[in-house]
Structures are given as C-alpha cells and as structure tokens.
Design a protein around this ligand. Sequence first.
Ligand code: UZR
Ligand code: MG
Length: 211
Amino acid sequence: MRKPIIIGVTGGTGSGKTTVTRKIIEEFGDVSLAYIPQDAYYKDQSHLTMDERALTNYDHPLAFDNDLLSDHIRQLLDGESVQMPVYDFTQHNRAEETIRLEPKEVIIIEGILIFFDKELRDLMDIKVFVDTDDDIRIIRRIKRDMAERGRSLDSIIDMYTSVVKPMHEQFIEPTKKFADIIIPEGGSNNVAIDLMTTKIRSIIPDDLKTD
Ligand code: UZR
Ligand code: MG
C-alpha cells in the first residue's frame, strides 16, 4: 500500500470542524478512510475521582495523549491496525472499550489542538483550520453540551469564560498560521468543502479508488 494521505482538521470548540470532517468523509464514500478524533486521545483519568477530573484543563495541550496519537498514526502508516481509545465525556474519562482501526488510504484527524504538537503536524499532508466567529461557537457549544454531553447552561458558561476562551486564545488560535487552508463558517461553507474534496481527490492515485 502507498503512504496514506493524512488530513488534519482543526478549529475552536463549536467551529464546525466535526461537520466539515463528516462532509469530507461523505464525499469520499468510494475511498477507504479512517477517522481519528483527537478527543479519543484525552488522557486516561481512571486514577482520579470525579471531583478531581472536573479540575482538569481539557483545553490545554497537556490534556491529550499526543504521543499515543502520533504512535497510532505511525502504525497506520506502517500498515498496522491500532486500538483507538474511546472517550466518555459524561465520565471525563477513557471508556473501557477501544475501536479497532485498520490502515486506510486516507486518514482524517480532527480536534482542537492537533496543530499544536509539531510531531503530529509534520505527519499531516493537508492542514485545515475551520474559522468561525466566537459568538457562533459558544452558541453551538451550549446547544451541543446540553444535548450530548450532559452539562447545565451555568456550567458551560462558567467553563467557557474561565478556561475554554482563554485557552483558545493562547493555544488554538495561534495554530491557524500552520494551516494550508482556512475555512470560514465551517460546515455550511459548501464551496470550501467542494474545493477541498476536489484537491484531496486529485492527490489520491486512481488505482487506490475502489467503487
Ligand atoms: P470539541 N471537554 C469536556 O467538556 N469534558 C471532558 O472531559 C473533555 C473535554 C471539552 C473541552 C474542550 N473543554 O473545550 C472540548 N472543556 O471538549 C473540545 N471544558 O471538544 O472540539 O468537540 O468542542
Ligand atoms: Mg466536534
């Protein structure tokens, strides 16, 4: 197998990076593709109590096990399968189960801090930053965390102002300079998604495309 193409999609919380990633994946129904959310690589916190876990700064680069993430990408590049961790947001912890990922022709990595770590960055062929206004991002974050991650409005707002926003400014926003492509307004930007998928398709060798 040829070296897989590695695409990184980043942006702040609620920017629409998961939606952009999902749309790219839909476009590539005919190409074998692996999806790796950086969220899956939050560090294992089994040794901490729930109260202690609530004190972790999840928007800091050190919250992620990037060594494991890089190792797994390298293993996939070497044609080996990996056991990807699963993260449980309601428990602030790694779940018991893992997901087996097989090596694929295209690997998409998505997450808030995937451009921070140089080693990870250097593994990527195409780097995308989804750039969405802060007010839109917080509105989306509130809706999602209440619906999907079991949070109250007050806790989301407290977390956002005390941690998420300052960490975004300190660690996430500065990684925009590493992007090859900046997509404004995320998932609703169909022109940008179309341009990107055309580009990605152009670098996938024809004989790797299966129908
Ligand atoms: P996305 N996060 C949690 O809320 N709980 C956890 O256990 C782990 C992470 C949040 C994290 C970050 N911040 O802003 C967000 N906090 O998940 C990143 N607090 O995920 O890119 O999907 O928004
Ligand atoms: Mg997301």
